[in-house]
Ligand binder design. Sequence first.
Ligand code: SF4
Ligand SMILES: [Zn+2]
Length: 419
Amino acid sequence: MYPWKKRAIHRRTQREQKETGEERTTEYTEDTERRETEDGFFRESPRESKASTPAAQKQPGCFFRFPVSSVYSVVPSLSPFCVHLRLLWITSALTEIESRTLPVSPPPAVTTAAIRARRGPKAVVDPRRAYAFFRERERSADGIIEDVGTVLLTNRECPFTCVFCDLWRHTLDAPTPRGSIVAQLQEALPQLAPVSVVKLYNAGNFFDPQAIPPEDWPAIAKLVNEARVVIVENHPRLTDDRVLRFREMLPGRLEVALGLETAHEEILVRLNKQMTVADFERAARWLRDHDCDVRAFVQLGLPGLIGDDDVEWTVRSIETAFAAGAQAVSVIPSRAGNGLMDDWQIQGVFTPPRLESLHAVQQSGLALGAGRVFVDLWNAEQFASCPVCASQQVHALHQMNLTQSTIPWPECRCSVLSK
Ligand code: SF4
Ligand SMILES: [Zn+2]
């Protein structure tokens, strides 16, 4: 049982007690775990189900859940003292196995130059035109479904060059000319109005002066002054007093979207994101301390993670983001199409996630009860196992985004029907 699961089960148990007024022990027990698992609250991983015999379930503190007595039985019976020493050694080895991180294989180390060398050509973009804008609906922290206008700004490419990122396609090589972001918003915003929330997503970092010239901030703030919330994206390492200067120009609230990507330190370092989990935590806490709202991006299906490990680590990442102060988390399925990611897919280092995993992550993320959990559904049909059921399954995830409650997964029954 992983610590985040225990904590989530504790929280749920405590919530249930509060609602029913029932007096029960709140300590975690194996019974609690079994009840939650039977509810379908958490998926049982193959690793956990390997030893599901009653005898195995009774063994506490064993990662693989096989009876510790079966290990003892293979120890040669020498002197009682030797047996005792061996038993001590085995017990400590089992404790070590349980306490270490999940067994994942981080992807190979890569450099910015290597990532860029494998890319295809950029799209032709006009610095005076946003490369896309659209309206969508999103549930607010107050439970209201609001109209959101998203503008995908055209600006200078992000300098960080994460291995999974394909946002560089619609960016400029040179610093963004002064006035061009204002021109983009002057064209896009009237076509989106009226909206309560404006997302100014810029394929990079809003507070990178080469991407969004600070001289343009006052004009940008004026253009979005009717929005209740303005959301910008930014790298944790670029989160400082610049944010406060822009926030002071807005009548509404400022929300900053920070990419955590994963709480797995070894994988994070291989993504070339050039930050640590601590950098994310520092930025998120700093923003909350300075009266800004925070959302986090985490990735599902990162290179080196697959199947249940991938789901486990993504849920851990959601929990890390909430613990650092994020009020909402968006889960983004990792995609190929970036050159190196395509190579890694062929080599088995990267496996695109499945739609079912996205559902499992959102379900577990919502069960944490710590904030809103959204899943990114852009072109999400590509992750479905069955093309016939894809739209129904994406619709279910869309409803979960809007309601922030779990909807049962629409299983594919095509193979059953065709028999
Ligand atoms: S920091 Fe964000 S925009 Fe920049 S490369 Fe990484 S994911 Fe892409
Ligand atoms: Zn189907």
